[in-house]
Design a protein around this ligand. Structure first.
Ligand SMILES: C[S@@+](CC[C@H](N)C(=O)[O-])C[C@H]1O[C@@H](n2cnc3c(N)ncnc32)[C@H](O)[C@@H]1O
Length: 297
């Protein structure tokens, strides 16, 4: 069980009757943007699966390395959808550090997107105090409405459609994305984003899977999936082939699809959180499949 703290006042419209994916993830990563209902749920997850924290951290480290890699490919604008509550190594910080390390002036633009009011409020606070309004923004938008989200992102004036964009969908597509009839429309939304992205853009994805995961961990993941289903949200997994399909005809960059810890491990840098260290015994214990594709046609 992680350390308890007194609850902050919630922003308007926050549902404190049910745990939220964003707030529980924040709790598991050691953040403070969470309430008793989230901590109780997070503790149940950690009781059921003591690796949950390391799995989340390994995912954050993938995000970190992917942003560094993409910045080195010349990407100057990121759209980070399902960005979550800010935590160590946020996209704009990592991109700026990568530029400084290369002896360049940080000029990368980042638009964060989330549909959780706490994630949006905390990102706005962070950007107010530490961001550059000429380069960073947060928008409240839903990936299930890709055209509306795209329009809002463009209205920030930070996205230039004549240049490649890196679209990040990190640990968000395994959160169930139901339409009005309850059908998961995550794949349709991502297909639309692939169409909207200019040529030369990249799409980075991480997603939970049970394929190739040790049996004991799969059992725990099934229990946690049931817990989510009994709460107000649900999270699941896909096969490797289903996850790979999110990239459509984008060209997969090296090293292809891997477990999060195995994707360009050499890209770790100063903004990579190193404490506490991840203690997964095998990469497959991350249970999150990760890959990056480039739009070449
Ligand atoms: C597990 S967190 C991942 C956060 C961050 N991307 C990371 O990997 O560290 C998933 C985030 O996706 C957001 N999310 C889920 N469904 C969404 C949707 N339909 N539109 C926008 N954001 C969504 C949640 O609110 C949450 O903040």
């Amino acid at each position: 069980m992680l350390e308890k703290h007194s609850d902050p006042l919630p922003p308007p419209g926050v549902d404190l009757k049910h745990p939220s994916v964003a707030r529980v993830y924040d709790y598991i990563l050691g953040g403070t943007a969470n309430w008793a209902v989230d901590r109780e749920f997070g503790d149940r997850i950690l009781d059921k699966n003591p690796l949950a924290r390391d799995m989340a951290l390994a995912n954050r480290l993938f995000l970190n390395r992917a942003v560094r890699y993409l910045t080195k490919q010349g990407i100057k604008q990121f759209l980070d959808i399902g960005a979550g509550v800010p935590t160590a190594g946020n996209t704009h910080e990592v991109a700026d550090d990568a530029k400084r390390e290369a002896g360049q002036v940080p000029d990368t633009r980042v638009v964060y997107v989330d549909n959780d009011p706490v994630a949006v409020a905390h990102a706005a606070m962070l950007l107010d105090s530490e961001g550059d309004p000429g380069r960073h923004a947060i928008i409240d938008a839903d990936l299930r409405n890709p055209d509306e989200l795209w329009q809002k992102a463009c209205e920030t004036q930070l996205i230039n459609l004549d240049e490649p964009i890196a679209l990040l969908l990190i640990a968000v597509l395994h959160v169930r994305q139901p339409d009005a009839d309850g059908n998961d429309i995550g794949p349709q939304s991502v297909a639309r984003f692939r169409e909207l992205l200019p040529r030369g853009s990249y799409l980075a994805i991480s997603h939970t899977t049970i394929e190739g995961v040790p049996d004991k961990l799969v059992e725990r993941m099934r229990d946690i999936k049931r817990m989510y289903e009994q709460s107000n949200s649900s999270a699941g997994w896909r096969s490797h082939a289903e996850i790979a399909a999110f990239l459509g005809d984008f060209q997969l960059v090296e090293p292809g699809w891997t477990w999060t810890p195995d994707w360009h491990p050499e890209e770790a840098g100063p903004t990579t959180p190193t404490t506490p260290t991840v203690i997964l015994r095998t990469s497959s214990e991350s249970a999150i499949w990760a890959g990056v594709g480039k739009k070449v046609t």
